[in-house]
Design a protein around this ligand. Structure first.
Ligand code: NOJ
Ligand code: CA
Length: 713
């Protein structure tokens, strides 16, 4: 009977070739699917405005007929879904996953080997996710995707916040421009020899944030990137159509699959209010539920580290300037001449452990503790690091016992130098070594060209490597913070031991020439759509030459802006990145970093405009305390804040850390003021932020707060 019904449905659809429409739960988003002359198209509208004009779907296969045309019929089924789930860590206690689903089963005819392709669409109130599914079938067992041809046709020449398409790095400043300006700007950058390697003069990375002339905010990204190549976008700037551009493997092929299998979800988040882009949890909702049964060992962490001193060039990762590490394990480092600048010495690490213990930090990261840093980069060394052998001036056991006695966790560092073979060969040994020495978290890194040569950071095989490292870490109950790995796509829902990634331009660039002052107003709309970022904020000394006279870089930010980042750059892993001696100079401001929470019951997005400003308030998990952060772009601005998110009938003590009137990211970054006032649900605040500045507020329940310095509000 069911078969018969399906048959009738199928015949009627192919005969009239009419489109299928369905709406989001609240009816504001509408999706239309249509098969025109054998080619599948979709389009999307929001409150009757076009978001995606009719756009083609499909994939090209190597050595086989394509999945782009020749579809003779299609069958459609619908479903509803509504659940609420509790994340292990997040911006809120629970997340609602509410969507309507339309599944289209497309059938090719004789000329195309009678194959079947499924496209599954999920419409949420805040956007669309869709993916390709390749059911098991006689004429499609193993296959190679030579290109994915998913289109995203824009309805105008939108403003975009973009970074160049690149197979190996995301560490760019964002450019704000019209879509039509991408080509000239990118061409200029290439001519000016700016480090960028786009595969096309109109190729950009996701997550891509756009704003239309009509005030719609549109975000394009992907979710659940597993066993597939990373998607970039290539713009046809005459027609304003983006097309998916997958990162190739070493041989130029894009994806190797075996049916049954699926592609990642392609996501389109849309709203007429920029704040909704930050509220959206589409990316997490389109990932599989948590696969780790016992999550008691996954804990948010605030940490300091032996790190900024190397990034600024004040000290070195390596112990010696000689090159003794000809072959790992066969070099006697005790015979090497120390360079006198090694950061990870026992004494320096103990100093950091003391500082962490004194100020209530959970952990200390140490980089440059293991042998191999003399020639770690740019030499294509296969056996580059061994992850278990400390330099002679780092007493691993002594440090381990010292940290334990002080109640501080050590965070391991695994720089792989992108010798991925080397890392995988040693992963079990490296993780076991961590557990044997009490390390429960690792910061990994993938600097440099991938080995074996020819492969790219974001190819299918590398995506599989990062995933393997995270899943293997889960077996050892280890939390992972991967730098230079592929940008996240919500996998932290499924594997919450992936507590952060860098995978974008982090604070380190403030010591490599500086980032744009408004960079941090863009990141939450782009990189952070996929998950938390280990941005490593908390820099108080902006003049890097004070740390290293040979480094003239400048941190384009104010101290108040640095404080706000602990709220605006969501992450369950937060570093206080500056040197302890720089915090000692500004202990009153440092108090905010000590107080600020890492895990949240609730987040309220008060103001948002990508590239310009962002104000977020968050309620600490399990307490009545709130923390509020505002980051500001290139121009000074006054925020108007209502405290109506606070609990009725309660009184709170707000400590406001703000820029002074004459503060400025370039000329006067350390000029801040701190005031304490009483606030209630009825309170309002007009608060100025300097160019590249911001403000941070801790809002503590009055009965528990420190009332010293309290002024009448
Ligand atoms: C780049 C990372 O982003 C940085 O944090 C790290 O210190 C260096 N690689 C060395 O591993
Ligand atoms: Ca990096």
């Amino acid at each position: 009977m069911k078969k018969l019904l399906n048959l009738i449905l199928l015949f009627s659809l192919s005969f009239w070739a009419m489109g299928q429409q369905f709406s989001s739960p609240n009816g504001e988003l509408q999706l239309n699917f249509e098969l025109k002359e054998g080619v599948p198209y979709y389009s999307l509208s929001y409150k009757n405005q076009p978001v995606i004009l009719p756009s083609k779907l499909g994939l090209e296969l190597k050595g086989k007929p394509d999945f782009t045309s020749g579809f003779e019929s299609h069958e459609v089924t619908y479903a509803d879904f509504d659940e609420t789930w509790e994340p292990v860590w997040s911006e809120e206690k629970s997340i609602r996953n509410h969507y309507k689903e339309m599944t289209v089963t497309l059938q090719q005819g004789d000329d195309f080997e009678n194959r079947t392709l499924v496209v599954r669409f999920r419409l949420f109130d805040d956007g669309l996710g869709f993916r390709y599914e390749f059911p098991s079938q006689p004429n499609l067992a193993h296959f190679i995707i030579s290109d994915e041809k998913t289109q995203f046709a824009m309805a105008g020449d939108h403003t975009a916040f973009w970074i160049p398409g690149d197979y190996d790095t995301q560490e760019y400043d964002y450019v704000e421009s019209k879509l039509s300006e991408i080509r000239p700007l990118m061409t200029q950058a290439i001519t000016a020899n700016v480090s960028q390697t786009s595969f096309s003069p109109t190729g950009v990375q996701t997550s891509l944030m756009m704003k239309t002339n009509e005030g719609l905010y549109i975000n394009l990204h992907e979710a659940d990137l597993i066993d597939y190549a990373t998607m970039h976008l290539n713009l046809d700037d005459e027609k304003m159509i983006f097309e998916s551009w997958l990162t190739p493997n070493a041989n130029g092929d894009k994806v190797y699959l075996q049916s049954p299998s699926v592609s990642p979800w392609r996501t389109i988040i849309v709203s007429d209010d920029a704040r909704d882009i930050l509220v959206s949890r589409i990316t997490y909702n389109l990932n599989e539920p948590n696969k780790i049964e016992d999550t008691s060992w996954i804990k948010p962490m605030k940490y300091v580290g032996v790190w900024w001193e190397m990034i600024t060039g004040k000290s070195t990762w390596s112990y010696t300037d000689e090159f003794p590490a000809v072959k790992l394990g066969e070099t006697d480092y005790s015979k090497a001449k120390p360079n006198g600048k090694h950061g990870a010495t026992t004494a320096n690490v103990k100093k950091h452990i003391d500082f962490a213990a004194e100020h209530g930090f959970d952990g200390v990261l140490v980089e440059g503790w293991n042998i191999g840093w003399e020639d770690w980069f740019g030499n294509a060394k296969d056996y580059v690091f061994d992850f278990v052998t400390p330099y002679p001036d780092f007493d691993l056991e002594g440090v381990r016992d010292y940290a334990k006695a002080k109640g501080v966790e050590m965070i391991m560092h695994h720089e792989t130098s992108s010798s991925v073979r080397n890392y995988e060969r040693q992963l079990d040994k490296a993780y076991q070594f961590m557990k044997d020495n009490g390390y429960n978290a690792v910061k990994s890194g993938y600097v440099g060209t991938i080995l074996p040569f020819g492969d790219n950071h974001y190819s299918q095989w590398q995506v599989n490597h990062y995933q393997y490292a995270v899943e293997k870490a889960a077996e050892y109950q280890i939390m992972v913070n991967a730098h230079e790995a592929v940008r996240p796509t919500g996998i932290g829902r499924t594997y919450p031991n992936l507590i952060a990634n860098e995978s974008a331009r982090g604070t380190e660039y403030q010591a490599f020439g500086g980032s744009k002052p408004n960079h941090v107003t863009v990141l939450p709309f782009t990189r952070q759509i996929g998950g938390p970022m280990d941005y490593t904020p908390g820099i108080f000394e902006m003049d890097i030459s004070k740390l290293n006279p040979d480094n003239n870089s400048w941190v384009n930010s104010t101290i108040a802006n640095q404080l706000a980042l602990y709220v605006t750059m969501y992450s369950p892993l937060q570093m206080a990145a500056d040197l302890p001696e720089n915090y000692e100079r500004f202990m009153d401001a440092f108090q905010f970093i000590k107080d600020v929470a890492l895990d949240w019951d609730k987040s309220v997005y008060l103001e948002a405009e990508p590239g310009y400003y962002l104000t977020i308030a968050r309620k600490e998990k399990g307490t009545g305390n709130w923390f509020l952060g505002n980051v500001n772009g290139n121009e000074g601005r006054t925020a108007e804040i209502k405290f109506d998110f606070l609990e009725e009938g309660k009184s709170y003590i707000a400590t406001i850390y703000s820029d002074t009137k004459d503060a400025h990211f370039r000329n006067n970054p350390q000029s801040y003021e701190i005031r304490k006032v009483t606030v209630t649900k009825k309170s309002k605040l007009s608060q100025y932020s300097a160019p590249g500045g911001g403000f941070a507020i801790s809002i503590m329940e009055a009965e528990k707060a420190d009332l010293k310095g309290l002024k009448k509000s």
